[in-house]
Design a protein around this ligand. Structure first.
Ligand code: G3P
Ligand code: CA
Length: 275
């Protein structure tokens, strides 16, 4: 009888492992033929952004990457949140840098999105990693990093602790930032992680050959606001061997326009557009 149980559970384990492996995207960021679907703040059109629930939905719907904006609390803990303040996405108020993790964890992170949601809390980076481990690929943004580099050091330490940087050059973790200084610090700490330089354009995106050569020294690609991207821009950047990722696209016609232009990755809140 015991032997039967052993065989049954062994088979079950193997089947579940295969399902996990199949579910995880194997599209490499470094292959410019790939078009990556990046779950922006999780599946944040369908669940409160940056919560475990939003990331779970993104994984279920087979996003290639889950995107996480990082903020640091007063007591130096990394949490997943976009804004500098907790006001918009919780029932609390105040700057994250002036609040402790203990305080932030007591806030409700779901009711602003849907009054019916109960018991959702702000997720820490560690909680997200503990939940998803190596089952997903991570696309992490250092948000408002201060120049003491605490955020970068802590981020790399955490990723190492959870053994997510063992094959960093394969791109299971990507780090992005509007701050070149922050990306360069990451590169100093681990030079294998693919980096994306974020840019924001008010008008049509333009970039010089010199700027592209400069970015090429430390990053594999640039992340650009989608509405500014033109065919000429994608061609110019791609011809330099630099990837173009577009943020943030939530409707099908814009998604199709960018696919047509040949961008390499698209950030979206909308899980229905991953396909
Ligand atoms: O990281 C790409 C995009 O998310 C940058 O804009 O403001 O949504 O973090 P934001
Ligand atoms: Ca972001």
């Amino acid at each position: 009888m015991k032997k039967r149980y052993y065989i049954f559970f062994s088979i079950l384990f193997i089947v579940l492992s295969i399902i996990m492996i199949i579910n995880k995207s194997d599209k490499s960021i470094l292959d410019s033929n790939n078009l990556l679907m990046i779950a922006h703040r999780g599946a944040s059109l369908h669940a409160p952004e940056h919560t475990i629930e939003a990331y779970d939905l993104a994984r279920e719907n087979k996003a290639d990457y889950i995107e996480i904006d990082l903020q640091m609390t007063k007591d130096n803990e990394l949490i997943a949140m976009h804004d500098e303040k907790v006001d918009r996405t919780t029932n609390g108020t105040g700057k994250i840098s002036e609040l402790t993790l203990n305080h932030i964890k007591k806030l409700d992170a779901g009711k602003w999105f849907d009054r019916e949601l109960n018991g959702l809390s702000v997720a820490t980076l560690e909680e997200i990693i503990q939940k998803f481990g190596t089952d997903v690929n991570y696309y992490i943004e250092t948000k408002y990093p201060k120049n003491n580099f605490k955020m970068e050091k802590l981020l790399i330490k955490t990723l190492r602790e959870y053994e997510l940087l063992e094959n960093a050059s394969q791109g299971n973790v990507v780090i992005q930032s509007f701050s070149e200084e922050s990306l360069r610090k990451i590169k100093e700490l681990d030079d294998k992680i693919p980096l994306i330089q974020l840019q924001g354009y008010d008008e049509i995106a333009t970039i010089s050959k010199n700027e592209l050569e400069h970015i090429n020294n430390y990053a594999v690609g640039i992340g650009v606001n989608s509405e500014s991207i033109t065919k000429e821009f994608v061609e110019k950047v791609s011809n330099q061997g630099i990837l173009v990722h577009a943020y943030t696209v939530n409707d099908l016609s814009e998604m199709n326009r960018l696919k047509e232009l040949g961008v390499n990755g698209i950030f979206t809140d909308n899980k229905d557009l991953y396909k």
